[in-house]
Design a protein. Structure first.
Length: 444
């Protein structure tokens, strides 16, 4: 049997796949040996017959090699290139029409971050996602430290977001913090098979970044971040990763997630802990007064002059701040018409389908969870941004993946896509579970 396995495995080019293929084939042979022994064969005859039934080892190895090999998601890469091209075109047009001094990132800076993001995505996609998962706690702790540093020593903009300054560039630390979401899925995997104790540790890893991000005074971003982490934890509980009562845990989790922000906002308002601009945003969203109300009113007013094709009478840039970041969607349909906005929504929908599709077609539970984490970040970003641009949500810091300006947003989008591409690349390499061992133990 050992000689047969050695010949078969020598045909497998992916060294990562060999241990799992060996375990699977060995299991089949041993099962067949046991069956042959039941049929009255001697031990030697049973082993020889079992190996013979497996067929030629070279041909079997070649067949397995065609399946268990790294793959590149060329379709997803092409789609990312398309979205990136659209984003670059829009940013250049905004710089040309409004001038580089009208926004915090001009077209040249945007292209620089896009090129940096593409390089980062290319590197991440060739890094085995299980390697990332093996050090998820360390990487997560580093993100928490960077977030804490940004809150304590970073530069503040508009009273809310904290930026890390590198030379002449400013990177939003809260946006970069969303990289933590797929890492959280890997952290949960390391508590697989544990009960309420493992669940408690998972909740601690969830609450720490939420508290740090909350210190950045961005209520909407903190809430969307908490939603992303809650979705990942929900998937883990629903899949039975923890030996707990699923319905009780999920009911308690989402009761807290959905009710706590309402109660928290009420208490913060009553205790006068909220910043003045935050109170103004909440007060003026419905009435249309103040700066936040002004933005919402400008968005709603713009709908009245929209056309199906072509620019409306007044440029959106004359009324909206940070047009190339928060309101890139409004710029698109105000300049090119409603059909252009609908087309962009369709493209973003396809992006979500491709990202979640890569996760759902991943048979390995770890890859599935990390992929869904990436998809959840994209989904919340797109949903929140579109609601704000439609005037359905109070104005706040947001972005569209691969389209909006902002160093943190751009690097986040390409890093998350790199993780998705890595998951797709190794989708046929790993089994559903890595046994009962933690990922860190597996990779020693």
């Amino acid at each position: 049997m050992d000689e047969y396995l050695e010949k078969l495995l020598s045909q497998i080019r992916s060294k990562k796949a060999r241990p799992f293929i060996e375990e699977e084939i060995r299991g089949h042979i041993e099962d067949q040996i046991a069956e042959n022994l039941k049929n009255g064969m001697s031990p030697d005859e049973a082993r020889a017959a079992a190996v013979r039934d497996m067929g030629d080892p070279v041909q079997a190895g070649i067949s397995l090699d065609t399946v268990h090999k790294p793959q590149t998601a060329w379709g997803l890469l092409a789609f990312v290139a398309l979205i990136s091209g659209i984003g670059t075109f829009l940013q250049m047009e905004i710089s040309r029409q409004l001038g580089d001094g009208t926004s915090y990132m001009d077209g040249t800076q945007y292209v620089f971050f896009v090129m940096t993001g593409i390089v980062l995505m290319s590197i991440v996609q060739y890094v085995d996602y299980t390697r990332i998962a093996a050090y998820a706690k360390w990487i997560g702790a580093a993100i928490l430290l960077v977030g804490g540093y940004a809150v304590l020593f970073g530069s503040m903009a508009n009273g809310s977001l904290y930026y890390i300054t590198i030379g002449s560039y400013h990177i939003s630390s809260p946006f970069l913090g969303f990289i933590y979401v797929p890492l959280y899925g890997a952290i949960l995997y390391q508590y697989y098979g544990q009960g309420y104790r493992g669940l408690l540790k998972s909740l601690i890893w969830m609450l720490l970044p939420v508290v740090i991000l909350g210190r950045a005074n961005s209520i909407s971003m903190t809430f969307s971040f908490a939603i992303c982490l809650s979705v990942v934890l929900t998937l883990a509980v629903a899949k039975g990763w923890f030996k707990v009562s699923k319905w009780k845990v999920l009911t308690a989790l989402w009761s807290v997630v959905l009710l706590l922000p309402i109660l928290g906002l009420f208490l913060l308002y009553k205790l006068q802990i909220l910043a003045p601009y935050q109170i103004m945003r909440l007060k003026t969203f419905a009435t249309g007064g103040g700066e936040a109300g002004y933005v919402t009113a400008a968005l709603r007013e713009s709908y009245q002059s929209l056309t199906w094709i072509g620019a409306m009478d007044q440029q959106a840039g004359a009324k909206l701040p940070d047009l190339n970041a928060d309101y890139i969607f409004t710029y698109l349909w105000s300049e090119y018409g409603i059909l252009a906005g609908i087309l962009l929504c369709c493209l973003l929908g396809i992006l979500l389908v491709l990202v979640f599709g890569a996760a759902l077609h991943q048979k390995n539970e770890l890859g599935f969870m990390m992929g869904c984490g990436c998809g959840t970040v994209f989904l919340t970003q797109i949903g929140l941004n579109i609601m704000i641009n439609l005037g359905l949500f109070p104005a706040c810091a947001t972005s569209l993946p691969f389209l909006s300006a902002g160093g943190g947003n751009i690097l986040l989008s390409y890093t998350l896509m790199g993780i998705v591409l890595s998951i797709y690349r190794y989708k046929n390499i790993y089994p559903r579970f890595f046994g009962r061992r933690a990922v860190s133990s597996l990779l020693r």
